[in-house]
Design a protein. Structure first.
Length: 260
């Protein structure tokens, strides 16, 4: 039996570090490992993978390719600008990047290359991803159209802060710009994306609960640990699980006996 070591931080044992998670994300996107989520324009290809990956990543994030390579090789730590760039480029992974856990029911998943726990679901939510990206673009517009100097720390923070001078909260100086943007077609489109996301979320919830699952059948027989799987390449330890299982289900607990 192989026992893996654990990193102990100031507050106790830490499951993974930020650097670990960034490397796993880059490993997925570079195509170094098999993926389950692909770019719609290039089916069967990683979103950014293939020849020129590091250059494309630099172009999409504004972070030099050599810095990404150094993080991937553990030659430097992840910096705040790198983390922010990844979270904005892959908002469905942002929660996992920051915390090391997922909230897959709500579209906060992890790369296919990442072992997750206590949740194990890796199926992406396209509607959630679209909603996250549209929200990021509108948040950027708020500051652009509010003419906030992004290079001035004091001005930027002032524009982002709500205050409570007396008994009630006052919105930031950008409140009027926010209401103006709320009347735009893009904001209406965001609300429509939210509605579609909620519809998909209901379908997602049913599948997680074991209803209306697409394709295939769940194996009903348990595979003994260490036994050779009947299907080439299948991990015998997890062969009894369905791709839509949110949680880990011990092999001895058959589908009819699950507690959901």
């Amino acid at each position: 039996m192989v026992v893996l070591g654990c990193y102990t931080g100031e507050n106790g044992i830490v499951s993974t570090t930020l650097e670990d998670r960034v490397i796993l994300l880059l490993r997925e996107q570079s195509g170094d490992d098999a993926r389950v989520s692909y770019d719609e324009e290039e089916p069967g290809r990683p979103l950014l993978g293939g020849h020129g990956f590091w250059e494309r990543l630099a172009e999409r994030t504004g972070v030099l390719s050599r810095r990404w390579r150094k993080v991937y090789a553990r030659e430097q730590k992840v910096t705040s600008d790198m983390l922010q760039a990844l979270a904005r480029l892959f908002p469905s992974y942002a929660f996992w990047l920051a915390t090391g856990i997922t909230d897959a029911t709500n579209g906060h998943t992890a790369p296919a290359t990442a072992q997750t726990f206590p949740e194990r679901l890796h199926v992406d939510s396209p509607e959630s991803s679209a909603y996250f990206h549209a929200s990021i673009e509108l948040a950027d517009r708020l500051f652009r159209e509010g003419r906030v100097n992004a290079e001035d720390d004091a001005e930027r923070l002032y524009a982002a802060e709500r205050t409570r001078p007396l008994a009630h909260w006052h919105d930031s100086p950008l409140a009027e710009v926010a209401y103006r943007l709320a009347g735009t077609p893009e904001y209406a489109g965001l609300q429509q994306l939210w509605e579609r996301r909620e519809g998909e979320r209901a379908v997602r919830g049913r599948r997680i609960a074991g209803k209306d699952r697409p394709g295939g059948r769940r194996r009903t027989e348990a595979v003994a640990p260490g036994a050779q799987s009947a299907v080439l390449g299948v991990d015998a330890r997890t062969a009894h699980q369905d791709v839509w299982d949110l949680f880990y289900v011990p092999a001895g607990r058959m589908p009819g006996n699950r507690k959901r």
